[in-house]
Design a protein around this ligand. Sequence first.
Ligand code: SF4
Ligand code: SF4
Ligand code: SF4
Length: 269
Amino acid sequence: MALETTEIKRRLSGVDVLTRKKGLLISPELCIGCRGCQTACKEWNKLPGDRTSNRGTYENPPDLTPNLYNKIRFLEVTGGDTVKWLFVSQRCMHCTDAGCMKVCPAPGALYRTAEGAVAFDRNKCIGCRFCVAGCPFNIPRYDQEGRIAKCHLCSDRIPYGLQPACAKTCPTGAIRYGDREELMGIAKEAGYKTVYGTTDLGGLGVLYAFRERPSYYGLPDSPSFSPTIALWKNILKPLALIGLGGAVAAAAAHYVTIGPKEVDEGGEE
Ligand code: SF4
Ligand code: SF4
Ligand code: SF4
């Protein structure tokens, strides 16, 4: 059932992402930590298992990997005499104002789908890892060949009328897929104090229904990316793209995103 990349792009061209954005609504309160969504994502994307060790927790693996696009984080929150266990899905947020897309110098490596998600074409990724510096949520990972790997909002299911595998599998409704506007309405109607992602970074494609502050659930209260990203996008990236001063642009980008190289007294980096 896999679509050719060119066919996916043909179907997804000419999109008004702001008015047609679809997304996911994640409600940690409804999550039972079964990790069916984690497994369904791996199965659909044919991602192998990662070797892990027992760290004294049910949470596994400890972090996102190139083989894990959606991870359920197990958080223990203490208050008074009680300990609360929270289960929170961590994955690409499909930002409207996406830092990863702003910094990516490889045309077509990251692209916007018809639903407003941020998908990737690993064959066009050059492995520069600039998108890591551009992402406020620490999402992009790199596979063994140094190419980007992350959630793509099931860009190879949705064109066939299928829900994302994670949402389809979730037994409790903790992950729902649909029109972003409708999902926000559902969360508000259910009385949630905060719908995280409503306006952050131009509007996230992954919304969270929260009763407490986002940091309570391990997410930044006000996600943002560095102002140097704008410098890269507006000045250095166009230079690199037209092949003028590409090396200078790359060196400058390294400086603004990672920092200066340090040289010790012996003259080594
Ligand atoms: S969460 Fe990170 S990787 Fe995903 S769209 Fe936003 S900036 Fe890009
Ligand atoms: S939307 Fe698809 S790719 Fe993204 S986490 Fe869910 S199953 Fe995985
Ligand atoms: S499938 Fe649903 S209930 Fe199970 S871990 Fe994922 S979000 Fe939580």
